[in-house]
Design a protein. Sequence first.
Length: 52
Amino acid sequence: MENISPNDRLKEVREKLGMSQTAFSSKLGFKQSYISAVESGKKKLLQKSFTL
């Protein structure tokens, strides 16, 4: 089994849903800049619950 980071998994899920960072962040209740920073590894994914 592949060991994928939560940051990479977030990007993978967003891309599989065909969503932009802006649309994805809006749906989750985050700022787009946070999603960008998480996906690029500059920030860690928060332990906040969210659903799509």
